[in-house]
Design a binder for this molecule. Structure first.
Ligand code: MF3
Ligand code: CO
Length: 260
């Protein structure tokens, strides 16, 4: 069963997802060579708690941190630790909140200093694929229309789509029905209705789509060790147009300031 949210509930989901947006922007300010990924986790946890929410990932199925920080070939669910970011790395930062009975969940892939041209392109195409997917989040479409749009964009650029992990419904819990794969066929899958809220989260690899699980039981990496990018946001399905509940504007305003 896929739950439908009232307008009031969607506003609380928006509040959560905008807090995640601001948390990611705060984390983004501190992404530079020499910073340990666990330092980013501290910043995020403090920020979330000081804004009246709690980190949604911490303790989720035993997950030990506030953020998932996944560097280079790591696709998702990297556990923050002593790794020091270095010039040229790319780092997916995934963050969740819980406040007023609902969840927020979004991710953004940052470059550390100067990033190789071909890796920047992977990041750009992955983010574009997310927006292409989101454009399909309108009542009357099906979940497969979203996956088709994401997959087509990524593969057109020669990249591959991770299959083992998918997007999801979001509400009072972080992971709800339906599953939202980043691949699919037009017109297939569950029917989208106004009031459904889903997270779309393409995980796009430069090389093989196949992944391996790390010995920590969490970290998912590209099997061939090539870079992977990941962006995620929450979208409320609308009549005629999607309502994106997250924004990357705070993050990108910070990025533009620091690069000038
Ligand atoms: N954004 C992630 C997802 O949707 C959530 C991280 S899983 C957790 O899969 F265990 F770390 F919480
Ligand atoms: Co998610």
């Amino acid at each position: 069963m896929i739950e439908l949210r009232t307008e009031e509930e969607i506003e609380i989901l928006r509040e959560n997802n905008l807090l995640v947006s601001r948390t990611l922007a705060e984390v983004g300010k501190h992404i530079k060579p020499g910073v340990k990924t666990k330092e980013l986790d501290r910043i995020a946890e403090d920020y979330i708690r000081s804004h009246g929410a709690v980190p949604a990932f911490l303790g989720y199925e035993g997950y030990p941190a506030t953020l998932c920080v996944s560097v280079n070939e790591q696709v998702v669910h990297g556990i923050p630790g002593d790794y020091e970011l270095k010039e040229g790395d790319i780092v997916s930062v995934d963050c969740g909140t819980f406040m007023k009975g609902f969840c927020g969940d979004s991710a953004y892939t940052f470059g550390v200093g100067e990033v190789a041209e071909e890796v920047s392109r992977l990041m750009a195409v992955t983010k574009e694929a997310l927006f292409k997917g989101a454009e399909q989040a309108i009542a009357g479409n099906r979940v497969g229309d979203i996956g088709y749009a994401v997959q087509t964009h990524a593969e057109k650029h020669g990249y591959s789509v991770v299959r083992e992990l998918v997007g999801h419904g979001i509400g009072r819990k972080m992971h709800m029905s339906p599953e939202v794969p980043n691949y699919g066929a037009r017109g297939r899958g569950p029917l989208l209705k106004k009031g459904m809220v889903i997270c779309i989260e393409p995980m796009i690899n430069m090389g093989t789509r196949h992944v391996v699980w790390g010995r920590d039981g969490w970290t998912v990496s590209a099997r061939d060790g090539k870079p992977s990018a990941h962006y995620e946001f929450a979208v409320a399905v609308g009549a005629g147009k999607p309502d994106i509940l997250t924004t990357f504007d705070y993050i990108e305003a910070e990025l533009n300031q620091t690069s000038n």
